[in-house]
Design a binder for this molecule. Structure first.
Ligand code: SAM
Length: 287
């Protein structure tokens, strides 16, 4: 069932495997999602057919398209389930490349027990052939590289000038992403916290920027509170989302509508000289 539709962006309320059944082959550039993990949280009791969904994801992904599968394991009777690894290997079996195993290092929740605090989740980067898009996020290097090369040049007067290595001070980010969670860090949308397991906005956004371009179609089959859909819209991509719970669809819809309103206001402000002059006058009054 179509729950929300605007400007070609759609959120369906239903089981993602059934909904994907109606998609054409290769219609998705990038999927950024996290499935329910090992019943770790209560998502109103909904279940999912992992293998069926994985096969549908392969079919609907474009050649060169990417699936970002964010997942962790529950510990049951003292042992981790290993579901995350089983899922990653199954994706390989049906034809995806396991392009990268990335780590989301998040804020810990102090726990008592006989193990170290669980600090991360896996972000499996699965691609259908080599990824067609990679826009690496760059970060500043911690230290400047001040080394000199051995190969210098001999000057006319016999002295020797060393050749400085021309090292840049930025580099491609590593595959462990530190993204904090909690009020004010995960998202500014208060309504999102009605969902028990939201992505930080930044996590969705950084994957969207890395593996897709403007105008591409971004998919989230387990849309939850709609983080991936909102960040796709924010970054000028198209989105398709599916969420089985009507209650969570309502949260996702509210977040998307709020984002649309915000972007419209920003656009009107940026294109209206009258507004800018008016605001500038007000600012002057307070100078
Ligand atoms: C880990 S949460 C996703 C949270 C999301 N990334 C966010 O930022 O809000 C998983 C979601 O999958 C939904 N779900 C479970 N089974 C589903 C199915 N078969 N089809 C579609 N959605 C399903 C749950 O209701 C839950 O909201």
């Amino acid at each position: 069932m179509e729950y929300y539709s605007e400007e070609g962006n759609v959120l369906y309320c239903g089981d993602c495997k059934d909904v994907m059944g109606d998609f054409t082959d290769g219609c998705v550039d990038l999927t950024v999602t996290s499935p329910p993990y090992d019943n770790l949280r209560d998502y109103r009791g909904y279940s999912f057919d992992f293998e069926g969904i994985a096969k549908e994801l392969f079919r609907v992904t474009k050649d060169g398209g990417v699936v970002v599968w964010v997942v962790g394991d529950a510990t049951i009777k003292g042992s981790e389930t290993g579901t995350s690894f089983r899922q990653a290997l199954y994706f390989k079996e049906i034809g995806f490349n396991l392009h990268d195993t990335m780590i989301w290092k998040k804020t810990t929740i102090p726990q008592n027990g006989n193990r170290y605090e669980p600090e991360f989740e896996y972000m499996f980067i699965l691609s259908k052939g080599p990824p067609k898009t990679f826009n690496p996020i760059k970060v500043k290097k911690l230290y400047k590289d001040n080394r000199v090369t051995n190969s210098g040049q001999r000057n006319k007067d016999g002295t020797y000038s060393e050749l400085k290595i021309n090292k840049t001070i930025i580099k491609t980010m590593g595959n462990i992403w530190n993204i904090s969670t909690g009020g004010g860090k995960t998202t500014k949308d208060k309504i999102a916290f009605k969902h028990p397991a939201i992505f930080p906005d930044r996590l969705s956004q950084d994957h969207i920027l890395s593996w897709s371009n403007e105008g591409d179609t971004i998919f989230d089959p387990f849309a939850g509170s709609g983080t991936t859909l909102k960040m796709a819209y924010h970054n000028k991509r198209k989105f398709i989302g599916v969420e089985i719970s009507e209650e969570y669809c309502e949260i996702a819809k509210a977040r998307i509508e709020n984002e649309r309103e915000q972007l419209t206001l920003d656009f009107e402000f940026n294109t209206s000289n009258i507004d800018k002059e008016f605001i500038a006058d007000i600012v002057k009054c307070f100078d």
